[in-house]
Design a protein around this ligand. Structure first.
Ligand code: HEM
Ligand code: MG
Length: 323
């Protein structure tokens, strides 16, 4: 198992779409997936342009390219890696599974492991393709921006857009699943684009996102020309703050559809990041019921790394394979 890379030192704003990191179109076999942040980093060479990579490379790249905070980046990456990546080789992809040089690299497209429903620009797996851009869904940004944002994606418009996308899944997907971790993840992702996709951000990081810049990331996987990353890291405390503020504004709780237009809240779901971690650990244990000794040792080490990314002693630690 890999250990975490060191944090980046300089977290000031700087030019990211630079001469060393030009956008390049996809070549045959290059993999992209449901995350516009990772797709864009790959298309500019901040992570391997093939889309096949490792947790360490992703953690460094999301700090470098977007100023996602080191600790939160490590948490987020391991949340996906332990369920979607290859625990033995550390290979993971930002989309579909693939084999390179005989090594299996598994990816974040897998529905229900980390990828989930009510995405902003990708269909629910039940309704269609869960990783390709869908223009009809993207148009909901326009709707929300016109309604409450004077044509740009303000915090209020982003919250409205998040709510509209949830309402749409409730109305059309009989199997809509929106418990933690997807509940927190899906709402946190609205915070991500507000915090990290805005170009030439002000010092207080509160500028709205323009629709054409949103399109550049979500659809074309491309940094806008002259893109400067945000000022200072988007780190765990801030992520939590924004996510719970959005939850209050949206007024939804974790739950599932029991048939279309029948959203049933799960009162047992506490919607905390400790519970998010617990659910990912349980899922990992269910994916590998009988690992070989070598695989088991790797998973155990990765689960310890994952727990440590939270740096929260109030979260209980879980050892499904023993200590
Ligand atoms: C969505 C993984 C970093 C922005 C997703 C999804 C995955 C994912 C699996 C799909 C969830 C779904 O909609 O069903 C990761 C991992 C990261 C990472 C493993 C590693 C740290 C980032 C960064 C940004 C970002 C740095 C922004 C700068 C987004 C946004 C979405 C998303 C806005 C929502 C897309 C949509 O709903 O259409 N991410 N991501 N992510 N990610 Fe990432
Ligand atoms: Mg999705």
């Amino acid at each position: 198992a890999q250990s975490l890379p060191p944090p980046i030192n300089d977290t000031s704003s700087k030019l990211i779409n630079d001469a060393d990191h030009p956008f390049m179109p996809l070549r045959p076999g290059d993999i992209r997936g449901p995350c516009p942040g990772l797709n864009t980093l790959a298309s500019h060479g901040y992570i391997n342009r093939t889309g096949v990579t490792t947790p360490g490379d992703i953690i460094t790249a999301v700090q470098e390219g977007f100023n996602m905070g080191y600790q939160f980046a490590s948490f987020l990456c391991y949340s996906a890696f332990i369920t979607d990546g290859n625990q033995l080789t550390n290979l993971m992809t930002i989309g579909a599974n693939t084999t390179t040089d005989g090594q299996l690299a598994t990816g974040i497209n897998t529905h229900g492991n980390f990828e989930g429903d009510a995405s902003l620009t990708r269909d629910d797996a039940y309704l269609g393709n869960n990783f390709n851009f869908n223009k009809t869904l993207f148009n909901e940004f326009d709707v929300a921006a016109k309604e409450v944002g004077n044509g740009v994606i303000t915090f209020e418009a982003a919250a409205l857009n998040r709510a509209l996308r949830i309402n749409d899944s409730i109305a059309r997907n009989p199997e809509f699943a929106f418990e933690t971790p997807r509940f927190l993840g899906g709402i946190a992702e609205t915070g991500f684009f507000l915090a990290m996709f805005v170009n030439n951000q002000t010092a207080d990081n509160t500028m709205p996102l323009r629709i054409e810049d949103a399109r550049s990331f979500f659809d074309f996987h491309r940094f806008p020309d002259g893109f400067y990353r945000r000022q200072g890291p988007y780190e765990f405390p801030l992520v939590k703050n924004v996510t719970y503020t959005l939850i209050d504004m949206i007024g939804r709780q974790p739950g599932n559809n029991n048939g279309v237009n029948n959203y049933v809240v799960n009162p047992e779901d506490p919607a905390t990041f400790c519970y998010f971690y617990q659910k990912q650990v349980n899922l990992t244990a269910s994916l590998y019921p009988n690992p070989t000794p070598e695989l088991e040792a790797a998973i155990k080490a990765n689960l310890v790394t994952y727990y440590n990314t939270m740096q929260d002693p109030t979260c209980e630690q879980y050892f499904p394979y023993g200590q």
